[in-house]
Design a protein. Structure first.
Length: 113
């Protein structure tokens, strides 16, 4: 196989994988997207989000950094992709925890040397 073909296959694979990731916006029902976009436009540079599933809604809390004071909250209808989004987030969290454990093991091995 020519090197160009191999590079092309890898590029297509990574592009398709990147496109498969769901964003928080994908978890919001289409009827609530305008309200969600308006809510997001009010974010300031020192604020951060906490997005989580509630009782038949997706809750979005905005906190001020560094005080961690709750600034505002919103609730949005979930889309059909919401469950897939939460599953994706769980997988990302598991991957991060595994990487942290691996890094801790690597650090402890390095300290022993």
């Amino acid at each position: 196989m020519p090197p160009f073909a191999l590079i092309f296959k890898f590029a297509i694979f990574f592009i398709c994988r990147a496109m498969a990731f769901l964003s928080p916006r994908d978890a919001i029902h289409i009827d609530d997207l305008e309200r969600y976009d308006a809510f997001m436009k009010t974010m300031a540079g020192t604020q951060y989000l906490h997005l989580y599933p509630g009782n038949q809604v997706i809750k979005l809390d905005v906190y001020e950094y560094p005080s961690d004071e709750l600034v505002k909250s919103g609730g949005f209808k979930p889309s059909a992709k919401a469950d897939a989004y939460w599953e994706q987030e769980d997988e990302f969290e598991k991957e991060c925890l595994i990487r942290q454990e691996c890094n801790k093991e690597d650090e402890s091995e390095f300290k022993m040397m």
